[in-house]
Design a protein around this ligand. Structure first.
Ligand SMILES: [Zn+2]
Length: 207
């Protein structure tokens, strides 16, 4: 292989990776459009698919960090099937050690090209912080949220800031940051509107 061909193949690989991430995002957002007026979830949970995923292994194309809120179910919100999404849920979609390790696993071992942090409106964890909740048992959740939102008082703005901050936490993982730098990985913050069902991809200068 000549040097030129070598560079061409590297460039092609980067373009392919970026295309994979954009295809993944497109599948999520088009699924969300379907969800807006759907009455039932439409993901495939059939025995045939279950068996195939066991035989062949999982190959999800997106990792999603979302809140544990019972109204925020990524597989339904994006109308996806078994085996498509690698979902990490924790109250307030905060990034602690285990969430960071889970994302790293999805990216490095499962080859996921897209990581989305999905905050949401009407979030109880955000409201608790805004209302000055001082329950020490909740500190591992409330401390990072409080740091993320600072003096912001608007709940929706606070949810958006918290999602953007969680993404920044993921960038503190050097392997993740390097893959994003090489355009091998797309990291996106988003906000789920709990009332309308719409997912809004956020601008990062929200912070
Ligand atoms: Zn929440």
């Amino acid at each position: 292989m000549t040097l030129v061909n070598c560079f061409d193949s590297i460039r092609l690989e980067l373009i392919t990776m970026k295309k994979k991430a954009l295809d993944a995002l497109n599948r999520l957002l088009s699924g969300n459009v379907e969800y807006l007026n759907a009455k039932v979830a439409q993901g495939d949970v059939s025995p045939d698919l279950r068996q195939r995923l066991c035989d062949e292994g999982q190959k999800p194309y997106a990792a999603i960090v979302a809140c544990s809120d019972s109204r925020v179910v990524p597989e339904d919100i994006f109308m996806r099937s078994l085996g498509e999404l690698f979902v990490i849920r924790v109250a307030g979609n905060v990034i602690g050690e285990t969430q960071a390790a889970s994302v790293t696993y999805a990216v490095q071992h499962l080859g996921v090209p897209l990581v989305m942090v999905l905050g949401h409106t009407h979030c109880g964890a955000i409201s608790a912080v805004l209302e000055g909740c001082d329950d020490e048992a909740l500190n591992p959740l409330s401390r990072p949220i409080a740091n993320a939102i600072g003096s912001v008082k608007d709940p929706d703005e606070a949810s958006a800031l918290n999602a953007v901050n969680a993404l920044k936490e993921l960038r503190c993982i050097s392997d993740i940051a390097a893959m994003e730098e090489q355009e091998e990985l797309l990291l996106l913050p988003a906000l789920y509107h709990t009332d309308s069902g719409k997912v809004e991809v956020l601008e990062e200068d929200h912070a």
